[in-house]
Design a protein around this ligand. Structure first.
Ligand code: SF4
Ligand code: SF4
Length: 485
């Protein structure tokens, strides 16, 4: 046996009472014994006394020999001259998804809206709502759709998202765009999956019928219990929104039982993830995703103390997920379930977190391209427009910033599962794409990955069905079995 074995890149941690060891290159995790942990710690310890001494202090000779053999068998030990880090992955590009910013108008005044900071200044805020016109014209939308079909080349499965402001403010425009898209599908043989993200306040029977008839996916932004929703997501003029939004959302939930995803935002000082998840599932949403508020406005952005609470609650939800699955019930808390599924089977290494600027582009009301909706109106992230075409400089910069090359990510154990985090979170935290939001987004994501691996260590392979997410597509599905926290 090599007298000086070197460990390949790994992450050793304890979560939910289990000792887990993750191999960065193979993306496989293992539940290990205290003896294996002791050997891994000793191998990583660079202090001067000999390896034999280091290991023998914690484990018997036999345990040490078995642990080393185990680590060698599972590819944790590097041979002489071999690199301990895996070779870099090649990124992919090619536009396949377009976000149409159909309007910047909105009938709500969410406290954390990144487009404006509340009522004063709402119409002149520098980011999303800084676009030069309030509503997209059909001509701009039509040219955007043409761009998507042309830019996607031979790719046949495309995506189109209606975004805002509140996209249903521009309902008449959407009603014109949809038949135009379907006609292009028929002419080209391509398929477009359409969706929109709404605050729910303008849903009614007619809108829901339109969404169902046209197979348009719909995610609702809603913050959960009445007190949170009313505080953080008031209507224009400061009126409470829960009582008017929920009956309208129920129209959609009735039409698509168990298949409508909810997205909630966590704002500073109001961190109660279990309550949000439980409440939204009790309303009939098919899944719940929560996202922390990062960046402006500073008074709603989550702090380090808020993140501590999120981690604690995330672990409670992980334990609840295990308990639910053992009783044959789903707990579709998307943040965790997605990662449980991702760490269950070995997948391709991620080079980026999302497709922004590579496969995914936003088109603003005034016909300009941006990496995604959150960058719209920021001049330094503009990527050309419909007249001049897509400017590839920012796209190349983002394509080059793979997790293997990006400072801050290239030494992170979670990089191939994470992909580098949201670009906008990085810009909000440090003003640049190059440095991730380490203090908030990274802490939450790495902790969620640890929880996901611990959940998998608790569950059986046959639990895959119970872990599946409901479809966010429009086809009605059977109601979910319900979840209890
Ligand atoms: S964004 Fe954070 S968690 Fe993700 S790979 Fe980079 S450093 Fe790691
Ligand atoms: S950059 Fe962030 S907000 Fe934009 S698409 Fe990616 S994850 Fe979403």
């Amino acid at each position: 046996m090599d007298p000086h074995p070197r460990l390949r890149e790994h992450h050793l941690f304890e979560r939910m009472g289990r000792i887990l060891l993750y191999n960065v290159a193979t993306m496989v995790f293992y539940e290990v014994t205290p003896a294996v942990r002791a050997v891994v710690v000793a191998l990583g310890n660079q202090r001067s006394y000999s390896l034999g001494d280091r290991i023998r202090r914690r484990t018997s000779r036999r345990e040490t020999r078995d642990a080393l053999e185990y680590l060698r068998r599972e590819h944790f030990l590097a041979c002489d001259g071999e690199s301990v880090t895996p070779p870099p992955q090649q990124p992919r590009r090619g536009v396949r998804h377009l976000e149409l910013m159909v309007t910047h108008a909105c009938n709500m005044r969410c406290r954390y809206c990144y487009g404006a900071h509340g009522e004063p200044g709402f119409d002149t805020a520098p980011h999303l709502y800084g676009a030069t016109s309030s509503g997209m014209t059909m001509e701009t939308a039509r040219r955007g759709v043409d761009f998507l079909f042309d830019a996607s080349g031979r790719c046949r499965d495309l995506g189109l998202v209606f975004f805002g402001g509140e996209p249903l403010v521009a309902r008449r425009l959407i009603e014109q765009v949809v038949p135009y898209v379907r006609a292009k599908e028929a002419a080209t043989g391509k398929k477009v999956s359409m969706s929109l993200s709404t605050n729910g306040s303008l849903l009614d029977r007619e809108v829901v019928d339109f969404l169902v008839r046209n197979r348009i996916g719909c995610q609702v932004s809603i913050d959960g219990p009445k007190s949170l929703q009313d505080t953080n997501r008031p209507l224009r003029g400061g009126l409470a929104s829960y009582e008017s939004v929920v009956p309208r959302v129920r129209e959609l939930l009735r039409a698509r039982p168990g298949a409508v995803p909810a997205r909630a935002t966590l704002a500073h000082g109001a961190i109660d993830v279990p309550a949000v998840v439980e409440h939204l599932l009790s309303l009939g949403f098919g899944s719940v995703q929560v996202e922390p508020c990062i960046g402006e406005p500073a008074e709603t952005a989550v702090t380090a103390a808020d993140v501590d609470r999120v981690l604690e609650q995330q672990e409670q939800l992980a334990a609840a997920l295990v308990a639910n699955v053992r009783r044959g019930r789903r707990l579709p808390y998307t943040n965790l379930v997605r990662l449980v599924r991702q760490t269950r089977v070995v997948r391709q290494r991620l080079t980026h977190y999302c497709g922004a600027a590579r496969s995914y582009i936003a088109l603003s009301q005034d016909g300009a391209f941006y990496p995604c909706h959150r960058f719209v109106g920021m001049p330094e992230y503009r990527m050309g427009d419909l007249d001049s075409g897509l400017d590839g400089a920012l796209q190349r910069r983002i394509v080059d910033l793979t997790v293997d090359r990006r400072p801050g990510c290239r030494d992170c154990w979670a990089r191939y599962l994470c992909g580098g985090g949201c670009w906008k979170h990085a810009v909000d935290a440090h003003g640049s794409l190059e440095t991730p939001d380490t203090e908030r987004s990274c802490r939450i994501l790495r902790h969620a990955l640890e929880c996901a691996m611990a959940v998998n260590a608790e569950l059986a392979v046959s639990d895959a069905d119970v872990l599946s997410q409901p479809s966010s597509r429009p086809e009605p599905r059977a109601a979910s079995a319900g979840a209890r926290l």
